[in-house]
Design a protein around this ligand. Structure first.
Ligand SMILES: Cc1ncc(COP(=O)(O)O)c(C=O)c1O
Length: 455
């Protein structure tokens, strides 16, 4: 019989050789991207640490990009890189799609922002309400974070309650009330059934107060917490596919149970589909079999321009109606910006059921190829639709705790090596495909990954 110690040693034997090459892999990256290295240094004089966007942080530095063409980005050193993350999943048609370019270009000359509205706003709103099973009305904002912030305000305004439930390991953007237990360190997380809320950043208002953190995918824990906080809960906000935990779908029991409990407790169920909307023509809610009360959107619906949106049932969204007493206010200089609306409409029109079928089939095939490659190794492939993740673990990932078994250092080193080979994934090896991704690119990527793990 094989002992646990032997299993652990075998697993470490697999991860150690690549991690031991970290210095050599970084040296190669630096040699290939001298201009990005120089610009990263220059940025430090004007941006703290050289960054304006935490999401793109990468060690030793992030590439500076000259342009994007379909599924390829060209960096400032002229290297062509196959994009396998598409600005955090937000470009399902790839870079500079001709239909999007044609839609927005005339508007640049006609004016890009007015203290007034444009008709395209109604078109995009109609398209999204028609597609989302749980949306009668929609409001546009400028980012997914803003959409989450406003959705929670609407939920609090509608229910007259304060408390919100979010799940451990889930990221919902930059708003204070959801910046709890996003990726907390192992030594701070407390008991699995009742996680200790951990601030994801300094500067949050002290004490939790308005947000309760629960384990993802754990229906009994949700049931208990909702019973304990009866009459206090405005909303449960969840990703119907969790991105940061590992691009996984929760169990049917958890989703359907959450819906039932929210009905029982008169609490709103919010699906954060800022990423998940790209999984299907009607978003994740189109196939998971559960309708939320509110949906937050972002990324793909702006066609490559900054965007956010809050959609939901008329009865709930009507709390934002202008004439309503005690209404929920929602401001924003660039809400429903004309350029964003045109790019969003062009993107939605291009994203037909057939194009979802195409990218999702590509995603399934890629995940299968990677699974075959990783068979017998301590690597797990997760993902849904056109999204995938390579996890440096031998354990099944079902929640944040199980995702912590990953060797994050191995993933980072592998990601940097792949970037030097010409493939951009996140530092934790998450990837996304677009309609411009080709099977040839996927085969080249699989070959590069195979070479990496066989070395
Ligand atoms: C599920 C989810 N919600 C909200 C956000 C925040 O969106 P934005 O970065 O546009 O503010 C993100 C961003 O990645 C996200 O993945």
């Amino acid at each position: 019989m094989v002992s646990n110690v032997e299993i652990r040693d075998r697993v470490n034997d697999f991860y150690t050789p690549l991690k031991a090459r970290a210095v050599e892999i970084e040296r190669r990256y630096r040699e290939l991207s001298p201009t990005s290295a120089r610009l990263s240094e220059a940025a430090k004089a004007v941006e703290p640490g050289g960054y304006s966007r935490d999401a793109v942080l990468r060690k030793p530095y992030t590439l500076y990009i000259e342009k994007g063409e379909g599924s390829v980005m060209v960096d400032r050193d002229g290297r062509r890189i196959v994009d396998m993350w598409f600005n955090a999943t937000s470009l399902p048609l790839g870079h500079a799609d001709p239909r999007v370019v044609a839609a927005v270009s005339p508007q640049l000359a006609k004016g890009t922002a007015f203290f007034g509205r444009t008709e395209t706003e109604i078109d995009l709103a109609r398209i999204l309400c028609e597609r989302l099973p749980a949306a009668d009305r929609i409001r546009f904002a400028n980012s997914g974070s803003e959409a989450v912030m406003i959705a929670l305000r609407i939920a609090r305004g509608f229910t007259g309650r304060d408390l919100v439930i979010k799940f451990e390991g889930c990221y919902h953007g930059s708003y204070d009330d959801v910046l709890w237990s996003v990726g907390p360190p192992k030594d701070k997380i407390g008991a699995a059934k009742s996680p200790t809320p951990v601030a994801a950043t300094a500067g949050l208002p002290s004490g939790l107060g308005r947000t309760l953190v629960l384990p993802y995918n754990d229906f009994p824990a949700l049931e208990r917490a909702m019973a304990d906080h009866r009459h206090e809960l405005a909303a449960v906000i969840m990703e119907p596919m969790s991105n940061r935990i590992g691009l996984i779908l929760p169990s049917r029991e958890f989703l359907e149970g959450a819906r039932r409990l929210c009905d029982e407790h008169e609490t709103l169920l919010i699906f954060d589909e800022v990423i998940a909307f790209r999984l299907g023509y009607r978003g994740a809610q189109g196939f998971v079999g559960v309708d939320p009360d509110l949906t937050t959107l972002g990324k793909v619906v702006g066609g490559g321009f900054p965007v956010g949106a809050i959609a939901g049932r008329e009865e709930i969204m009507s709390v934002t109606e202008p004439d309503r007493a005690g209404r929920v206010a929602h401001f924003g200089t660039f809400n429903a910006n004309p350029v964003t609306m045109l790019a969003g409409r062009a993107t939605m029109e291009a994203l037909t059921p057939e194009s979802f079928e195409h990218i999702n089939t590509m995603g399934t095939r890629l995940r299968r190829r990677l699974e075959d490659l990783c068979d017998g190794l301590p690597l797990r492939i997760t993902g849904v639709g056109s999204l995938f993740k390579i996890n440096a673990t031998s354990q099944e990932i079902t929640d944040y705790r199980s995702s912590l078994t990953r060797d994050a250092e191995w993933e980072q080193v592998a990601s940097l090596a792949l970037l030097s080979d010409g493939f951009m994934l996140t530092p934790s090896l998450q990837g996304a495909l677009s309609t411009t991704t080709t099977y040839e690119q996927l085969e080249s990527f699989v070959a590069a990954f195979e070479a990496l793990i066989r070395q």
